[in-house]
Write a protein that binds this ligand. Sequence first.
Ligand code: FES
Length: 414
Amino acid sequence: MPLEKFYVSKKVENLCAHCGFCETQILCPGVDECVGCGACVDACPNQAKILKEIYEARKPVKIKVDGETFEVPERITVLKALELLGFNVSRLPVSNSAKTIYAPCRTGGCWACAVLIDGRIKPSCITPVKDGMTIQTDREEVEKLPPLRVVSGFQGHPVGGVGTPYWLKPKGFKAKYIEVACFAHGCILRCPTCQNWEITYSSKEAPLTPSQAAERITRLRWLYGVDRMAISGGESTLNRRWLIQYLQNLKKLNPDKNARLHVDTNAVILTKDYIDELIEAGMTDIGPDIKALKLETFKKVTGIHDDRLAGRLLETEWNAVKYLMDEYLGRIFVGIGIPYNRKLISLEEVREMGERLASWEPNIQVCVLDYRPEFRRQDLERPSYQEMVKVKRVLEEAGLKCVICQTVYGHIGP
Ligand code: FES
């Protein structure tokens, strides 16, 4: 058998902090059977996992894809096998999806890449090929079953998210529950400051259908006595079919006019038609969390190093914000998030972001998030209270009239 190039994950012993995340929170076939999916590499907060290029001879396994039999090397993912068989694998949603697998997170959380494997829906990005496996990629077949996604962290929330109106947010440390929330796993971004990384990169929990998640959050609504039901992440929008059905189910279970269905998102794949569909499905509040204005800053904040992909994502998130303001202000609540930490973004760029937003709608709510030491940026210093006050002033000078800032002492403003 000829030698071929593969990737396997390796531990860099001197960087490993033995947190156990890669061993306990990721669906992994095991170190000796590594399929090179890279989920543990993305997930490790200490960068103690790397994908190493190796050359070896692997036995072929027979798989059936859409009725045709093929041979592919053992110990690779279904996604990789499909790619080897000529499928296009895309990080971004594609309109013509024939022979294309849309795989945005590649860590087993979003299930947007799911295909039918031996008759069951499974994420292709982390599932290993097996001899005799049957795979169906046809969307019509896949969509005969309800979509699935890993969603967790169902809880009462005392602070709310970016898309929570300021008048509901607690001042200082006074906390009472204002929303119930759940968190969708998987993200297309790789933010080194990810504050929900344990959710974003874990894939171990059983996935839920939209109706299961909607029922759980509705029960929590009544338990906590609140009207707002939020979904955040990870990135909530990655699996479009799942999210739309989740909102539809939620609306059916909560037909009263007080119910607020809140989506927090980085908006990087949020096209106009997607926004229309979300609103049609019942979304009443949205919090697009825009990461930067300049491409270099966006790459630094999001960990996306590919210029083309980063450029598309950045453009899409700004276009989404503009579209929401032009078409939906007054009909739904829109609150914008902006990151701040002086190591990641300059005050000048924050000002320019403020000027752009103010030129579209000066009264839009803008919430500045103080980016602090998390995940792979444990070296960052949390911005001081005084720094956040200064950021607020800069945005107000830029023309924005409703600026709130997350600080070490809770939210301040508007
Ligand atoms: S791309 Fe496979 S689970 Fe998200």
